[in-house]
Design a protein. Structure first.
Length: 508
């Protein structure tokens, strides 16, 4: 009798047969197909020896977890990325209630499961991997999760969980990843919640209403690699416990209510950092304390919306992996770095707007051949734009509110422009025809310059752009928000700088 069946990664699009004659089946893998319809629960009922079931990445439906009595021998259950619904587990029957489960891996992420986490979840004593993310699970986190002593991976993110985090979560000494981000959790986290998490390397609690309250002399039992606590209340003091961490690769502590001086030791902690986001706080001090040393692995950095001062460090030019740089809305001064290199082949986004920068745009910026977004608005930059800037295949260019002079650049060699804002400068001459040939252009602002002549007749087409256009919001940190015309009418513009499209008709 068949014991092993693997039909994964094909293009099957039918419903699943009942497999009624496979009573000895132990391993069934139907993942990565296009199977649809109700999953036949008779497969579980007739296959008492089934240990491995993977139907992930299909379009299956039904309430497969309604009766968990068939899970007694099951060790691996993966239903990821389907349309399954119903309660996450029925707490009144089966293996969940009896403590007879052998489950080691449960992945039901990206489905439509609902209900609360049952208290009997603690009966899954052998559970190592639990991923319930991207569902509609509500209610509190059950304290019985603290009984899962073998658990290494816990992912409850993107649900509707609420209430406080139980203190006994700190008993999970084998836990490596705890992801509870994007829920509605609240309450205070103390040292007790982390007491025995000696193996923790990933902690994700972003987008909750949590308060982290640990002592200034606290030394965590772990060496964290990724910590994402955006929108949690960490401040007002900068967390001193970070000083003990030597392996930090990802740090997102944005909008964390920190209003403190940048500690002198921070750049040492960040020597191996890959992604850094401290935006939306009230950090003070010289920016070199954060990114003043070489960071060869750095890919993304956002320090916007603080009170950081000083010059932009030349060390950024040594970060060949850098793709995203946002230092906007600070108090930075001095000239732009002149050391940009061709080896920085991944750099697509530079936002340095709303600072106190001066001087000219360096020609070395033209070495960044993959650059898509350049925001230098609201500074004191001046001079004529370097001609080589016209060779970049930019999508967004914002040089507004500066002191640039010379003629409006032609941008003959790019077809990707969506937004151009050159307003409130000292550009002279007539309006060039080149914008008329930019098929993707949605916003063009040349206001408050010294331009003369007539508006080109081809600008008639810009009125048609408005019909299907989006509005670009310059946000206070992170990535931009794009809203449709309908959505922007529902949002107040008072909190954002909005680019409006130029809708003009030739007058002669």
């Amino acid at each position: 009798s068949l014991r092993f069946l693997d039909l994964s990664q094909n293009s099957m699009s039918s419903s699943i047969p009942r497999f009624q004659n496979f009573s000895k089946l132990e391993h069934l893998d139907l993942s990565d197909n296009d199977l649809q319809g109700i999953f036949p629960t008779i497969i579980l009922e007739n296959s008492q020896w089934l240990k491995f079931l993977d139907v992930s990445s299909n379009r299956m439906e039904g309430e497969l977890l309604k009766n968990s009595s068939s899970f007694c021998n099951l060790q691996v259950l993966s239903l990821r990325s389907n349309k399954f619904s119903g309660r996450i587990f029925n707490a009144h029957n089966g293996a969940l209630n009896s403590g007879r489960s052998n489950l080691k891996t449960v992945d039901v992420s990206d489905n439509n499961f609902s209900g609360h986490l049952p208290n009997q979840f603690g009966n899954f004593k052998d559970l190592v991997f639990l991923d319930l993310s991207q569902n509609s699970i509500s209610g509190p986190i059950s304290a019985t999760l603290g009984q899962l002593s073998s658990l290494r991976i816990l992912n409850l993110s993107f649900n509707n969980l609420s209430g406080k985090i139980p203190e006994n979560i700190g008993l999970l000494s084998n836990l490596e990843v705890m992801d509870i981000g994007n829920n509605q959790l609240d309450g205070i986290l103390t040292q007790i919640h982390f007491a025995n998490l000696t193996n923790l390397i990933v902690l994700n609690m972003y987008s909750n209403k949590l308060v982290i309250n640990v002592g200034t002399s606290w030394v965590p039992p772990f060496q964290i690699q990724e910590i994402l606590i955006s929108s949690c209340k960490v401040g007002p003091k900068f967390p001193n416990w970070l000083r003990t961490q030597k392996k930090v690769l990802v740090l997102d502590m944005s909008n964390a209510s920190i209003s403190d001086e940048v500690p002198h030791w921070l750049s040492n902690v960040l020597s191996s950092i890959e992604q850094l986001d401290l935006s939306g706080n009230m950090l003070r001090g010289n920016i070199s304390r954060i990114i003043g040393k070489k960071m060869p692995l750095l890919t993304q950095v956002s320090l916007s919306g603080n009170n950081l001062s000083g010059k932009i460090p030349n060390s950024l030019c040594t970060s060949d992996e850098l793709s995203f740089l946002d230092l906007s809305k600070d108090q930075l001064f001095g000239r732009l770095p002149q050391c940009w290199r061709k080896s920085q082949a991944f750099l697509e986004w530079i936002s340095l707007g709303d600072n106190k920068l001066n001087g000219q745009i360096p020609s070395s910026l033209c070495h960044l051949e993959k650059l898509k977004v350049l925001g230098l608005h609201k500074n004191g930059l001046n001079g004529v734009l370097p001609k080589c800037l016209q060779q970049l295949d930019l999508e967004i260019l914002d040089l507004s509110d500066n002191q640039f002079t010379g003629r409006v650049p032609l941008f003959n060699n790019t077809r990707s422009f969506e937004i151009i804002d050159l307003g409130r400068n000292y550009f002279t001459g007539d309006i060039p025809l080149q914008p008329c040939h930019l098929a993707k252009l949605q916003y063009l602002s040349l206001n408050h310059n010294n331009l003369y002549g007539v508006i080109p007749r081809c600008f008639n087409k810009f009125s048609r752009m408005w019909e299907n256009s989006t509005l670009y919001f310059r946000s206070t940190g992170g990535f931009p928000l794009c809203l449709t015309q309908k959505e922007q009418q529902e949002n107040s513009p008072a909190h954002s700088h909005i680019y409006f499209p130029l809708i003009s008709r030739a007058t002669g």
